[in-house]
Design a protein around this ligand. Structure first.
Ligand code: XMP
Length: 312
């Protein structure tokens, strides 16, 4: 269903003014389309009283911080950047279970925000939770990083701030319509979704800085080579298992990278992108060349369901 983007924006600006008033608000943005739309809604409603915060979790892609600056800068948004890499890696240390990892990320995410709320002297947080996040977390598929109230956690009591979620009733394709209407460039409104917990959703087993570095390189290659095909979402995953291979003529027990690309409307169901073979080969060759730790590159041909889009 198409939404009437103009009307939607008007009603959300009213809602934000009513909910936040003059006290100022923090909008956490990872550079993803949902949070970028929230930043601009808050900025249009409250001006400098809306503080956009990019938290460097250490789990982002190469380009995320720069994209946030480049895309939000021209709108005159009040932007802040915070490096919390150490806290996130510490909280993920030793955790192998996917839901434990997701919960550890969520806990660190909100305690970081809790400190930031005090630092910037605001009382509320606007976040880009969309309908699919709520449905999947309530359905116990996976704990999305940004769901609290819907599963009975009171953010005011637990973390000391109120949460406003302007996009909670709409799906990704509708967020894109709103982003376009707000004046974002096609780079933003056509971009692939990227999850808040970042590359941590694509590392099986313990999340370590060295694994993230490897996965970041593979991710960049997949995204660059897939850009022309414009899939709903294309990604790389680092498995926990290893496989025997040959590097420099010697036996090497190395890493396994999975390439995944899916087509979807609302991320609730997804089919596999029919990637032309030469594109897959190019991705494989670049990954083999740029990441000597990798001895096997696989392509995931599973739709959602039974798979989910991310691997954890
Ligand atoms: P799954 O893996 O559940 O993903 O099929 C559906 C869509 O949601 C994204 N995703 C997340 N986004 N926080 C987010 O902001 C999360 O915790 C999270 N987990 C998954 C995923 O990238 C896909 O677009």
């Amino acid at each position: 269903m198409r939404i009437e983007a103009k009307r939607f924006i008007k009603s959300k600006l009213k809602e934000i003014k009513r909910e936040i008033g003059t006290r100022g608000v923090l909008v956490a943005t990872s550079g993803g389309i949902d949070s970028m739309v929230c930043v601009l809604l808050a900025h249009k409603a409250l001006g400098r009283k809306a503080v956009a915060l990019f938290i460097d979790t250490g789990l982002m892609r190469d380009s995320d911080k720069k994209r946030v600056k480049d895309e939000l800068g021209p709108f005159g948004v009040n932007m802040k950047f915070l490096n919390a890499q150490k806290d996130f890696f510490k909280s993920l240390k030793g955790k192998e279970d996917p839901e434990q990892k997701r919960k550890a990320f969520r806990q660190t995410f909100y305690s970081t925000l809790s400190k930031a709320v005090k630092q910037y002297k605001v009382e509320s947080l606007i976040q880009g939770t969309i309908a699919a996040d709520i449905i999947e977390t309530k359905g116990k598929i996976k704990t999305q990083h940004n769901i609290l109230e819907q599963i009975g956690i009171d953010p005011k009591k637990r973390f000391g701030f109120k949460i406003v979620e302007p996009l909670r009733q709409i799906f990704k394709y509708q967020v894109r319509q709103v982003a376009k209407e707000l004046g974002f460039s096609p780079r933003v409104y056509s971009q692939m979704p990227f999850p808040g917990p970042g590359l941590a959703t694509r590392v099986i087993g313990e999340v370590l800085p060295r694994k993230i570095r490897l996965l970041r390189k593979a991710t960049r290659i997949v995204e660059e080579e897939m850009e022309r095909l414009r899939p709903f979402q294309a990604l790389a995953v680092l498995l926990n298992d290893k496989a025997t291979g040959i590097r420099k003529g010697k036996r090497s027990f190395g890493n396994i990278i999975v390439i995944r690309s899916v087509e979807s409307k609302d991320a609730m169901k997804a089919s596999v992108t029919r990637i032309p073979w030469p594109v897959l080969e190019k991705i494989r060759d670049r990954i083999i060349k740029d990441t000597p730790e990798v001895v096997k590159v696989l392509f995931d041909i599973t739709p959602k369901p039974p798979s989910t889009i991310e691997f954890i």
